[in-house]
Design a protein around this ligand. Structure first.
Ligand code: B12
Length: 211
């Protein structure tokens, strides 16, 4: 039986080498990648988020935990993004301007890829103009916007406004996500969908292209 707690502790403590070693061990023992993610890695982010909020840890610790998380997720990539599903659509996705959080976005990408999406990752700190430029290239069914900070959320309506002004809004569906968001925020800014996590993102994205 794989010890998920040990993996959670190593990620939360920012021990990159130990976290990668344990992730490899889990995969070698045929633990499904989604269990490694949900039972081992994600609880670590919840823990450090709370400890950071409570002032028990500071930015350097947060950074180290983020690094350990990214290193372990990298090892899950081949399994999580394995192409098995038929082509669903094409998506551009990025974290909005001013925001450097990309762990959640990267998980969304893996899950979309594993469900038949061709994904262009625009990265982090993406200005509204950059999103528009990409959509202007054509061929996209979906635009995904990620924000983890309350003060970067306004970049989402800004991006949607710019898409409208450029006559691109009708060409692409917009899905938004990130921990401070909600369905009501998505409605308010005129997004087509909001997803709480990567699993819901896949479901909502599929619904949007079916419409
Ligand atoms: C790791 C982390 C960092 C790392 C990021 C590393 C990286 N490469 O991403 C580092 C150390 C860089 C960091 C920096 C900062 N952080 Co930080 N960070 C976190 C932490 C602990 C975890 C985030 C995470 O990765 N979660 C795990 C992933 C899997 O979950 P997720 O991001 O929510 O993603 C899921 C869903 O939201 C959704 N989703 C996400 N994106 C999208 C997009 C689409 C299209 C869809 C459909 C769905 C979707 O699906 C994802 C997968 O299921 C959170 C706390 C928390 N619990 O969220 C704080 C947190 C987000 N950070 C916070 C803060 C304050 C900061 C800093 C301002 C700290 C500082 N004083 O400098 C800086 C900001 C830097 C910047 N300009 O962006 C606050 C935000 C408070 C707020 N309300 O605005 C939080 C909430 C911590 C806290 N409790 O105070 N951070």
């Amino acid at each position: 039986m794989f010890n998920f707690n040990e993996l959670t502790d190593s990620v939360a403590d920012g021990q990159v080498a130990k976290a990668t070693e344990l992730t490899k061990k889990a995969l070698a023992a045929k633990v499904p990648a989604k269990d490694v993610l949900n039972k081992g890695l994600l609880p670590a982010m919840n823990r450090v988020g709370k400890d950071f909020e409570d002032g028990q840890i500071f930015l350097p610790e947060l950074l180290m935990a983020g690094d350990a998380m990214k290193a372990s997720i990298g090892l899950l990539r081949p399994e999580l993004s394995r192409k098995g599903a038929a082509y669903t659509g094409k998506c551009a996705i990025g974290t909005v301007e001013g925001d450097l959080h990309d762990i959640g976005k990267n998980i969304v990408i893996l899950m979309l890829e594993g469900n038949g999406w061709e994904v262009t990752d625009l990265g982090i700190d993406v200005p509204p103009q950059r999103f528009c430029e990409e959509i202007k290239k054509g061929g996209y069914d979906l635009l995904g916007l990620s924000a983890l900070l309350t003060f970067t959320m306004p970049k989402m309506p800004e991006t949607i406004k710019l898409l409208k002004e450029a006559g691109l809004r009708e060409k692409v569906k917009v899905i938004v996500g990130g921990v401070p968001l909600s369905q009501s925020f998505a409605n308010q800014i005129g997004a087509d969908a909001y997803a709480r996590d990567a699993v819901e993102a896949v479901v909502k994205a599929r619904e949007l292209v079916k419409k």
